[in-house]
Design a protein around this ligand. Structure first.
Ligand code: F6R
Length: 246
């Protein structure tokens, strides 16, 4: 694992966008797995700008959503579907066959997860997985205590996620379950890029990087991944011991 600390969210995001760009350039048929939320938002916007500026052909790239709130419509601006469409798929004019999203209304959610697993398998696996860090340390909707060997599954969201998830929604929304890629996908991904910024993440970042490596704090598992890079800003790093701050 490589941990890098940036002076600002802007610099962190520019670096992340460059990493994503480099992945696509070195493998034009890359499979990218994408978290949504505040952490990767600017990285995606900068990525879009660069792809357009450099006239990069990304026709062969496939995009896989990391997760989705169950029962939330794609037209709801708080859904992962909406976020990725707005921030990436529409501006980059991605063909629908290259987009792999969870259906939040699937009749059989287990089957929907199996479908996602199969799509990822058929594509040859995830090349780059971009993840954020929840305030409870979750990765995707792999909440504290999630299995390290599970692939896509339905997750019961813990109370922190149910409450803090409200920030994405314009009105109070029931957020009890999610569909998520599993920690087995995380470990299988060729590379993981983990992003966290802001003072509010400093305590969970300290836990994840200076506490034990355990599924009790899923983000700590990034230390066990054999090709992972963690990008955090100074605020998120502010509770880490001095040695790691340079
Ligand atoms: C969202 C996701 C979540 C977020 C995490 C951090 O697709 O997978 O695990 O990455 O909750 O969210 P932000 O970045 O909004 O602080």
């Amino acid at each position: 694992m490589k941990l890098s600390i940036f002076d600002s969210y802007e610099n962190l995001s520019a670096f992340a966008a460059e990493q994503i760009l480099n992945t696509i350039k070195s493998k034009p048929q890359s499979i990218l797995c994408l978290a949504t939320g505040d952490s990767p938002k600017l990285s995606y916007q900068l990525l879009v700008q660069e792809v357009i500026k450099q006239k990069l052909n990304i026709d062969r790239v496939h995009f896989v959503a990391l997760d989705e709130w169950m029962g939330v419509s794609p037209s709801n601006s708080g859904s992962c579907h909406y976020f990725l469409t707005e921030n990436l798929f529409t501006p980059l004019q991605i063909k629908s066959e290259n987009i792999h999203l969870f259906d939040a209304f699937a009749q059989d959610a287990k089957k929907e997860c199996e479908k996602m697993n199969e799509a990822i398998r058929a594509l040859g696996g995830i090349d780059l997985m971009i993840v954020g860090v929840g305030m409870n340390g979750h990765i995707g909707f792999n909440e504290p205590g999630a299995s390290e060997t599970e692939y896509a599954h339905v997750a019961e969201l813990d109370s922190t996620t149910q409450q803090l998830g409200q920030k994405y929604f314009s009105q109070r929304t029931a957020l009890t379950k999610g569909m998520t890629l599993g920690l087995a996908h995380f470990f299988d991904a060729w590379k993981v890029l983990m992003l966290a910024n802001g003072k509010k993440k400093s305590s969970i970042i300290k836990n994840a990087f200076e506490g034990g490596i355990s599924t009790k704090v899923p983000a700590s598992l990034v230390r066990k991944h054999n090709n992972s890079e963690v990008l955090i800003d100074r605020d998120a790093a502010s509770e880490l011991a001095d040695a790691t701050k340079s």
